[in-house]
Design a protein around this ligand. Structure first.
Ligand code: GLU
Length: 570
């Protein structure tokens, strides 16, 4: 499947651009007429831009970019995974959200992640192998979005990824780094062989080919979703899971054929003069971010120095309150009654906000009691490992149509299983590992046909006149929520441009300590927070934020310097 040690000149150029030009500003890309794409890898950015140059829409660009990401960033996202896509149609002013989350196969029971001793499996035992893989949602969801908003022929969107899979792509520094971070890849010999060709570790710039993926793409290009969920590719997915060297479970062709993307109601709320919209359950991204912002509204954040002790204090307290609600109430709304209106009710959030004091730290945080809450269901177990996976794409085409899409195979290299040249997700480990505690069930317990709770937060921001103001998203597991919220506060309260807002130190607090991004010179601030009563931890927080603002001067777009994303525009 691979490799020569020569780096193709054109591809090397892309890589060099990725390493040096992480941010970019188009001061004069007036709209309509200009297009912009920010993706997590330079080759994905190129593929999306190429589609828009051919007259493609934002959705077309997102599809071409995703198919490339599946190849060049297999640690993050791909056609064996799931996504959430927010679409904005400029002319009709139509906002739509697509739920392409993976679904638990029919054989899944609430005991999915319990061992023979009735105790939860270790994370590696749960993740690596067939048990963790949900029915992938990417292809069916992109097909639906294309049917509704694509302009180029479906098959044309596959050409950049097919060409790269056949000729090979230069392995990026991040792919090399993440392979080294995931020794469990060795547990699945076929996958290990792809990432360690000839038993030798891949080096930056090696050319990696993937003819199996090229063949899979050709099939889906010709047959649409049937080329993925049925036939040879469908059978390869089933075989990889039922014959997995570890955690083999039952997943059938019927499970694959039954997959349905779901259009959900967007979740919107206001923060100061802006309207912020995003993904509703089964993602917690939109709801939890909106809760944090609304609780912060009564504070003069604009008057606080960015990431001063005071600003971090209130931000962290609001996060803890919102995460307590998330743990209690959010899950797949097709299985659990989610009190969405109650959770976003401004009166309820004003009451929750009053729990935050400027001079003391909340000792204990309990979920609130929003209207409509089912209090028989309780806490979600959220594993606290940092996951160098997942990716976000922000796109606007020349007609002002927008896609904000966060996409993932869950953890790095998903379940570590491969079929048809792509990685199969481990999304089911986003379910609670235990179905209940005592006699209280978990809202997010595994169940056949259910979708695990997510944190992904593809976001759109509109100004007071309803004009699109910003597009944003990030990877980062549960920290996606603080990453995206921080960036919105930077743009709205501190009037920062996109690059500066993304560059702000990351601050995350879920259920106790305040996590401050390591290496950002915040030691003095940490001391002040400790004096106030906070437990503080310095944690590496590798967000992969990307997005753009639309200002009177034009589009101001940026990709997070913490990762390999790039911006391109016409
Ligand atoms: N599986 C996670 C979610 O859906 C995303 C993982 C990550 O961002 O690293 O929330």
């Amino acid at each position: 499947m691979r490799t020569t040690l020569t780096l193709h000149a054109a591809l090397r150029k892309s890589l060099v651009i990725a390493l040096t030009l992480f941010t970019w500003t188009a001061a004069s890309a007036d709209l309509p007429g200009g297009s912009v794409i920010v993706a997590s890898h330079p080759l994905a950015t190129d593929a999306g831009l190429e589609m828009m140059r051919k007259g493609g829409s934002a959705v077309d660009a997102a599809i071409a970019a995703q198919l490339v990401m599946s190849l060049v960033e297999p640690q993050s996202s791909g056609i064996g995974g799931g996504l959430f896509l927010v679409s904005w149609q400029a002319k009709s002013k139509k906002l739509e959200t697509y739920d392409g989350r993976e679904t638990a196969p029919k054989s899944v029971t609430p005991n999915l992640f319990l061992g023979a001793d009735g105790k939860p499996l270790s994370f590696v035992d749960a993740v690596v192998g067939g048990r963790s893989a949900g029915v992938p949602g990417v292809i069916a969801t992109l097909w639906l979005a294309h049917k509704e908003h694509g302009t180029l022929p479906w098959a044309d969107l596959f050409q950049p990824a097919i060409a790269l899979a056949e000729s090979g792509f230069p392995v990026s520094p991040r792919l090399v780094k993440v392979i080294a971070m995931v020794p469990s890849l060795a547990l699945i010999p076929d996958t290990a062989a792809y990432f360690r060709p000839g038993g030798k570790a891949l080096a930056v710039g090696d050319i990696l080919k993937n003819s199996a993926y090229a063949q899979t793409l050709r099939t889906i290009a010709a047959k649409g979703p049937d080329g993925f969920y049925k036939g040879a590719v469908g059978q390869a997915i089933v075989d990889a899971i039922v014959k997995a060297p570890r955690g083999a479970v039952a997943l059938t062709l019927n499970d694959l054929a039954s997959y349905k993307p779901k259009k959900r109601q967007p979740v919107c709320g206001t923060y100061r003069a802006y309207k912020i919209c995003g993904m509703g359950p089964p993602s917690s991204g939109g709801v939890t971010s909106l809760q944090i912002l609304k609780m912060l509204e009564r504070f003069d954040i604009a008057g606080m120095t960015p990431m001063s002790a005071q600003a971090i204090h209130v931000f962290a307290q609001a996060q803890r309150l919102a995460f307590a609600d998330r743990a209690a109430y959010l899950a797949d709304p097709d299985f659990v009654s989610v009190p969405l209106k109650g959770l976003l009710n401004p009166v309820y959030l004003a009451r929750r906000s009053r729990l935050i004091s400027l001079t003391s730290v909340l000792a204990q945080v309990q979920p609130g009691n929003p209207k409509g809450a089912d209090r028989t269901l309780r806490r979600l177990r959220i594993p606290d490992n940092s996951k160098p996976s997942t990716a976000h794409i922000s796109i606007m085409d020349r007609n002002g149509n927008v896609v904000s899409m966060t996409t993932t195979v869950e953890g790095p290299f998903g379940s570590h299983l491969m079929a048809g040249g792509f990685i199969l997700n481990n999304q089911l480990t986003d379910f609670a590992f235990e179905p209940r505690t005592g006699n209280q069930g978990f809202a997010n317990a595994p169940q056949a046909g259910k979708r695990p709770l997510s944190s992904m937060a593809p976001t759109l921001v509109f100004d007071a006149k309803g004009k699109l103001f910003a597009v944003m998203g990030s990877p980062g597991g549960w920290r996606i929520i603080p990453y995206v919220t921080k960036t919105l506060i930077g743009m709205i309260d501190w009037k920062m441009d996109t690059a500066s807002a993304i560059a702000l130190p990351n601050i995350a607090s879920r259920s106790g300590p305040v996590e401050i991004e390591d290496g950002r010179g915040l030691d003095k601030v940490a001391g002040e927070l400790k004096t106030l009563g906070h437990e503080v931890r310095f944690v590496e927080q590798t967000s992969g934020l990307n997005g753009f603002r639309i200002t009177a001067q034009g589009i101001d777009a940026a990709a997070d310097k913490r990762k390999e994303g790039t911006v391109a525009a016409d």
